[in-house]
Design a protein. Structure first.
Length: 307
């Protein structure tokens, strides 16, 4: 299937994000419980500051990625909708006697504000708060606002508040515009097709601010730490462009010229200048001629130091 082509934004735009879902974890033991489950230091997530984090299986492979911040009596997680039920069920398995309640907030929807450039976060709309720093959070009477990237602000609220925002006159963008900004920023996504394939370092989670090596134990922590301090990373996430307008799905293979599979797509979006994508590659093959469905890939830079 050919996905809609994303055009360059020249003004702020709103985008509906139906593929995002919300999960709340509340109770007096919420922080201690979640700190023992996630790969980032939850103590640094507050009502004013969000963080990117991940949930690993005992082998250190990622089951979910999410944005998390503090709410009254607990924490709010925003993750891909395909991963909502399995993540919720798995967390509930380990609650035991802890005072923690895991609830899928199906009454809350997600949308986003995309800005044409990073220094234009104040778009002169009184209903959209200015958030000066990436991962700043503001909660008001209508919902939660999280600046998840240099040009992206996430809005979490009920259906009525979402509709009011969308009806207020700002341009409406396709959901792929949101995904494109994440790709260009080197922020990984995790979909059902790529669950349990990567340890956090393979998708640059440390560079993206989503991995801590000091906050204590969590499922897979020993393997993740061993990879960091004793092992040698054999796969890493890179950014590429591809000619054409047919964006491959997450999980699609990347090959060498002789059809040897050496990588897998994390996410891809078609633009006016071709397809942009993130992919996890075997490091030993990154300097070879790489192909996607018979077309050559061109390696691009990331906005942070590569591993």
């Amino acid at each position: 299937m050919i996905n809609p082509v994303v055009h360059e934004l020249t003004s702020p735009a709103l985008v509906e994000l139906p593929d995002y879902a919300v999960l709340d974890a509340t109770g007096s033991d919420a922080q201690s419980f979640l700190k023992g489950q996630f790969c980032n230091d939850l103590a640094e997530a507050t009502s004013n500051r969000a963080q990117l984090s991940g949930y690993c299986n005992p082998k250190g492979r990622l089951l979910a990625l999410f944005t998390v911040f503090a709410i009254d009596e607990g924490y709010r997680l925003v993750l891909h909708r395909d991963l909502l039920d399995p993540t919720s069920k798995r967390l509930q398995m380990f609650v035991m006697r802890a005072d923690v309640k895991i609830v899928a907030r199906n009454d809350l929807l997600c949308s986003g504000v995309i800005l044409p450039k990073a220094d234009s976060f104040d778009i002169e709309r009184p209903d959209i708060p200015a958030l000066p720093q990436v991962m700043d959070v503001k909660t008001n009477e209508v919902g939660n606002w999280v600046r998840t990237g240099e040009v992206q602000t996430l809005f979490i609220a009920g259906a009525d508040a979402q509709q009011t925002l969308l009806n207020a006159g700002t341009d409406i963008a396709d959901v792929n515009a949101w995904r494109l900004q994440k790709i260009q920023a080197g922020i990984p996504s995790l979909f059902a097709a790529t669950v349990e394939q990567f340890v956090p370092q393979m998708i640059n989670l440390q560079q993206a601010g989503g991995l801590s090596f000091t906050h204590g134990c969590y499922p897979g922590q020993e393997i993740v730490a061993r990879m960091q301090y004793l092992g040698k990373l054999k796969r890493q996430m890179l950014r590429f462009t591809l000619a054409g307008d047919d964006a491959p799905p997450a999980g699609a293979p990347i090959t060498t010229a002789d059809d040897t599979e050496v990588g897998v797509v994390i996410d891809a979006v078609a633009t006016d200048e071709g397809v942009q994508l993130l992919a996890v590659m075997k490091i030993a093959n990154v300097d070879e001629a790489l192909m996607m469905a018979g077309q050559p890939l061109s390696k691009q830079t990331l906005p942070y130091d590569e591993p």
